[in-house]
Design a protein around this ligand. Sequence first.
Ligand code: FE2
Ligand code: FE2
Length: 363
Amino acid sequence: MALLSADLDYLRHARKGQFDWGWLRSTGSEWGVHPRPGKVGLTLRDIAVGSYGDVPDDPPRRTMAPRGAEIDPDVPDMGYTINSKAEVWSDNLLDLYEEAVSRQWSATRDIPWTELPELDPDLEHAMCQLCTVLSEVEMVASDFPAKWLWRINHDFVEAKMVLCTQVMDEARHTEVFRKRALANGGGLGKAKAVVERFLKLILDAESYDEGSALMHLLGEGIVLSLFRAGELIAPSPVEKRIFRLCMQDEARHVAYGTMHLRYRLERDPSMAADFHNYLDKGEEIIGMLFTTPEVVEPTTLLAAGSVRAAEEMGLGGADMLRGRVIEEYLQRCDNAGLPRRGRLKLPAELTEGLAVGAEGEVA
Ligand SMILES: [Fe+2]
Ligand SMILES: [Fe+2]
């Protein structure tokens, strides 16, 4: 490749006041478009006007040049591998980005750490074990988008921006659960291989399709249900606040994943078989998680209030929580246009009493 060199002719002319002015006098972009800010300010939706709002299904270039600019014909190829809009897009992206930016919070300042009450040691231990698992799983939802971000065509910049907010959200979730584990005299508990196996499935996914289905839809869906339950069984208002704040972030990630899968399948219904295969693999590991003491027992103990009460209750509480988690997941699959009722890969003993049969069938 020929080495590029500075245009010294231009320099000599410009020194004499003979400027080029090409950029000033002739522009092929949509000059004159004038979006107006709405009530909350100037949003991404406000500026998605004219051709600037048109996101091509198959961008002609692989460049970082901003969509809508007048682009040199010889811009270099950045090597993006995700060049089809349907691979990353969803109809709620612009709003999710705005919401993500406006609802950032601080795990340092926004949690009333000084109000943590001293807990019964068993309950503190349960909270710490739960936080250990959560601190472990949260970071994959930073690592996975980060792994794929640079491969996504810049014409889908809003999708990239949403994934950037997710990377930050999950860093904060990892932070807040790590802080909670350490903040009250407990500390970190046990990290299990089975948990790591699920995370590796996401990280090693061969395509964004596969990883996004496993993470945004299945994994984060379960975590969202868990946060919701966590708010109910939190031993103090401090943990309630942690779960509530995490929940609002997590709901965005799951909303993206669900709507993205819907968008993907609406444009290519033949992909349903692939997505079913991805989720088959993921659900098998989730089944193992549902029978892992370090995952099941902390919430059971927190819900019961003591070891003795938990032993009297047996798995009643855990069954109810798992039932809710599975039902919410199946509902999301329905919403995404990928009904999983009838092919859920969980052992029958874990789904007793749930409507997991054919679509519409109630058990
Ligand atoms: Fe998270
Ligand atoms: Fe998340």
